[in-house]
Write a protein of this length. Sequence first.
Length: 269
Amino acid sequence: MPPLRYRLLALDLDGTLLTEQGELTAENETAVKAAQSAGLTVTLATGRLLVDTLPYARRLGITAPLILHHGALLMAPDGTTLEHRTITGTVAKELVKIARELNLSCQAYAAGRLVVEKVTTWTRIYLSYSEAKPVIVPDLAAYAAGGISQFDFLGQPEELARAAERVRQRLGTAVRTTSSHPNLLEVLAAGVSKGRALEQLAEHLGISITATVAVGDGLNDLEMLQIAGLGVAMANAPEVVRAHARYITASNNENGVALLIAKLLAGEL
């Protein structure tokens, strides 16, 4: 086997490592384990909570810190926090206020927990895809005053578009918004991105950013693909994401990650 050109591989989960049905295929699992055996450090870079990421990390034998909440949280699988960029209490309270004005379901993430004021239909839909057990508080604004990792608006795309515009008008550059699903508008602290988190992780591990590979399919993966030594888009990614990648692998339903890893280990990339 030729010497590895890259030393750190960051994989998005949904739409990348996992199939459309949310499954981790045997081919991808075997490939990720082979990459680690060959000396490549692997991490997961996702918008998910630790509780929804950890099962995959454990199954894959990943011990490196994980990139969570779109880069707001850099946390080791044992729960040790390396970096945490939070939305300030003042801003968080304004986000809750906007949700109330628009009568939108909302939720906050704090200390690795999903926090809600009430469980709505949208909350139940979200929880059908998550292992999180929501913490119900009497006043989400009061709770969020202590600072949060992420804030979500949940609803129909047109409702979320109105929320995004109101967030832009009220908070401007104090936050950044992203979306990993048509029914989710996710709000993060300014400057948060998977790319920035990858840069921090590489520095923590003593690895040059040029020796990193980032793989993703969504708009929230763009910064990560641009900053990595090798940015890889899935074939199922939107054109704007594929346009910013240096390499395009097969889709998530065609074991694109496994095919990419085979090329990395063979020294073809």
